[in-house]
Design a protein around this ligand. Structure first.
Ligand code: FES
Length: 200
């Protein structure tokens, strides 16, 4: 199976898997405010290598990402999928939320060993993200309304709200230090779920 490295952690994927789905399955630090509907851009990822193993740009990505961000290798995790089933294929990405987190800690105490070293700094990165999204916000939102309709653009979770919330909590637990690895995070959640079932 192709390998997908998200924020320095390696996972397996299959052709057609979206980067966001792989990240959510494994509790990776990624944004997904609109639940993968291409209506928020919080799932933005920087493709560090393996772009040739990914699906072509979607209309939503063209609407949300400036030419400058595309040149930087940015894609929307909920729109881009693996386009290669070769077991030797690999893709390496860093999510925008994790890049921001790392820049914040780099600013405070330097880059920890084992983490992808980033160029730039927190302030310039934040200003650029904000400006790019102010510029592309109107076209991104228009594209979302055209594809999804106004109601789903404004309330994108629908009946998946519980799944969205649980996946968000899984990421939150990892990022707040309750667990140190994605497998631990999944174990904790499974134990808690089993305990709740027992109580019922
Ligand atoms: S999760 Fe909102 S655009 Fe991808």
């Amino acid at each position: 199976m192709p390998k997908v490295v998200i924020n320095d952690e390696e996972f397996e994927g299959a052709e057609g898997d979206l980067l966001l789905d792989i990240a959510r399955r494994n509790g990776s630090h990624i944004g997904f405010m609109c639940n993968g509907n291409g209506a928020c851009s919080t799932c933005e990822c920087r493709v560090i290598s393996g772009a040739e193993n990914l699906s072509p740009l979607s209309e939503a990505e063209k609407a949300w990402l400036t030419p400058g961000r595309l040149e930087m290798g940015m894609r929307l995790g909920c729109q881009v999928g693996l386009d290669n089933n070769n077991p030797n294929a690999s893709v390496v990405v860093l999510t925008r939320v994790e890049e921001l987190r790392r820049l914040f800690f780099k600013f405070l105490r330097g880059t920890p060993e084992g983490e992808t070293v980033l160029e730039g700094n927190l302030i310039s990165f934040s200003i650029r993200v904000t400006l790019d999204h102010v510029v592309m916000g109107p076209t991104g939102l228009l594209n979302s309304v055209n594809r999804l309709g106004i109601f789903k653009t404004l309330v994108p979770w629908g009946s998946d709200f519980n799944v969205w919330l649980n996946d968000g909590l899984k990421v939150f637990r990892r990022m707040t230090g309750r667990t140190t690895s994605y497998t631990d995070a999944i174990d904790v959640i499974e134990i808690e779920e089993a305990e709740e079932i027992k109580k019922d």
